[in-house]
Each structure stands twice: as structure tokens, then as C-alpha cells.
Write a protein that binds this ligand. Structure first.
Ligand SMILES: NC(=O)c1ccc[n+]([C@@H]2O[C@H](COP(=O)([O-])OP(=O)(O)OC[C@H]3O[C@@H](n4cnc5c(N)ncnc54)[C@H](OP(=O)(O)O)[C@@H]3O)[C@@H](O)[C@H]2O)c1
Length: 239
């Protein structure tokens, strides 16, 4: 069974559908219950298994409750996909600290708490933790400084987790998938802050399904293979 956060929209929704189609039971996590139920209905209609867990992952207790509820409803937990995230166009020189707090709370702290809880619940032979990082975790775009700081932290978390797991002899694999612009509400909101739109970029953004394919590649690789990082840009992206 897999837990997918951010499953009410964008990349998380596409990953949940792809996992459901691959025959893996999925626990769908986000705040908007109606949107989660819509994704769950699609997965079930295609012959898959899905359960909805509505939660605000900024709440410190949410990670423990989400993992317990997913295991109670779908059985053994093997995979955690951390896709829940927010991106505000917020510079570090004069950005708004509420935006910073929201980004840090969901992009970093919620991801770290859920990873800890999932690892404690994985089977003896290990599981798989997959983070949605970003191209902004590889280079800093002008104006999006604080978002980039959270995404550099996501990659650092993945690396730290991998080495701590290895030191313990735990075979759990850790992957970070880092896309450039993807056609989702998050990208639209971020670009709006810069006075731009997805259409004004001058190239076609990735589709959530393009990223879901990268995620599935990492998750379905043989147990002896750990895909550490996937960096994927739209073919036309210049920066
Ligand atoms: N789109 C891009 O261009 C792009 C590029 C690089 C990386 N990424 C990363 O990819 C991931 C997914 O983004 P997306 O583009 O798919 O965005 P999206 O379509 O806006 O989805 C974001 C998801 O995060 C969930 N979420 C936000 N705050 C939450 C909270 N407090 N508690 C629980 N869930 C919460 C939202 O659900 P609710 O609102 O229902 O809670 C939603 O399902 C993010 O980590 C993002 O940083 C995106």
C-alpha cells in the first residue's frame, strides 16, 4: 500500500492514479475531501483500491494519525510519496513571513514528520520514501528564494534519511524527483506572483502525468536499485 500526500490535485493526483492502475492500494491525503473523493472514485472505477484521508499536514499530530489510519484501512505500508506542497513567489530580502512559514511547514516539516512515521511502519525488508523536490532545489530562481530554500532542504532531507537508514542497516530506499514547471495550480499561483502565466513562459510545461511516470520508474525499479535523484525539465525550459 502507498500513502500519497497532495493527492487532491496536480502531481499527487496523477501519481495516485498511476499507482492505482499499477495495482497498488493508495491512501489519498490532502485537506480537500471532495477533491480526494473524486480521485478515489476514478481509481476505483479503473479497478484499483483507494481510501481518502482528509488532513491538514501542518498539524504536528497529522502524520501519526494519517499513517495509523492508512494502515488500518489498507494494510501494510510500503511506499510514501510526499507530494503535498505550496509555492509562493516570495523573495528572501523582503518576502512575507507568513508565506515562509506556510512553505516551510508543509514542504519541509510535514514531509519530515510523515517520513519518520512511515519508516517506523515499513516492513522488515524496508519500504520506499519518495519526495517531490523541484528544479528550485538544484538552482535558485530570481524572486522565488524562500521556495528554493525549502526545496534545497527537501534534497538535504532525502540525503540525510538515506545515510541514517544505511547506518541502521535499513533497506528502505529514498528518491527525490525534481521537476521544472508542471501544469498545476501551484505553478499558476507561483507565476502569478511574478506577474506571469504558464502560457507566457514560451514553452510547454510538463504535465502531472509526465512526472508520475518518473515517480513510477523509481518506485518500480528492482529492490536492488535505488534511484536517488531524477531532475526533469520541460524540453523548452531555458533556465
Ligand atoms: N507544479 C510545478 O511546477 C512544480 C515544480 C516542481 C516541484 N513541484 C512540487 O510538486 C509537489 C506537488 O505540487 P503540484 O504542482 O502538484 O501542486 P498542486 O496541484 O497545487 O497540489 C498541491 C497539493 O498539496 C496539498 N496541500 C497543500 N497544503 C496542504 C496541507 N496543509 N495539508 C495537506 N495537503 C496540503 C494540496 O491539497 P489541499 O489543498 O486539498 O490540501 C494539493 O493536493 C509540490 O511539492 C511542489 O513543490 C511542483
Amino acid at each position: 500500500m502507498a500513502i500519497v500526500t497532495g493527492a487532491s490535485s496536480g502531481i499527487g493526483g496523477a501519481v495516485a492514479r498511476a499507482l492505482g492502475a499499477a495495482g497498488i492500494g493508495v491512501a489519498l491525503v490532502a485537506r480537500r475531501r471532495a477533491s480526494l473523493e473524486h480521485v478515489a472514485e476514478e481509481i476505483v472505477a479503473a479497478g484499483g483500491q483507494a481510501e481518502v484521508i482528509a488532513a491538514d499536514l501542518r498539524e504536528p499530530e497529522a502524520a501519526r494519525e494519517v499513517v495509523a489510519s492508512a494502515v488500518a484501512r489498507l494494510g501494510r505500508l510500503d511506499i510514501l510519496v510526499n507530494s503535498a506542497g505550496v509555492a509562493r513567489y516570495s523573495p528572501v530580502i523582503d518576502g512575507d513571513s507568513e508565506d515562509w512559514q506556510e512553505m516551510w511547514g508543509i514542504n519541509v516539516l510535514a514531509l519530515a514528520r510523515l517520513s519518520r512515521e512511515a519508516i517506523a511502519s515499513f516492513p522488515e525488508g524496508g519500504g520506499h520514501v519518495l519526495h517531490l523536490g523541484s528544479l528550485s532545489g538544484h538552482r535558485v530562481p530570481p524572486g522565488g528564494g524562500f521556495y528554493a530554500a525549502t526545496k534545497f532542504a527537501v534534497r538535504a532531507h532525502a540525503e540525510a534519511l538515506r545515510f541514517e537508514l544505511r547506518a541502521r542497516g535499513d533497506k528502505t530506499r529514498v528518491t527525490c524527483v525534481s521537476p521544472g514547471f508542471v501544469h498545476t495550480p501551484l505553478a499558476e499561483e507561483y507565476l502569478q506572483g511574478a506577474g506571469k502565466t504558464l502560457e507566457s513562459l514560451g514553452y510547454e510545461a510538463l504535465q502531472p502525468e509526465d512526472v508520475a511516470r518518473c515517480v513510477l520508474h523509481a518506485l518500480t525499479s528492482p529492490a536492488s536499485v535505488e534511484v536517488n535523484d531524477i531532475l526533469v525539465r520541460p524540453a523548452g525550459q531555458k533556465t
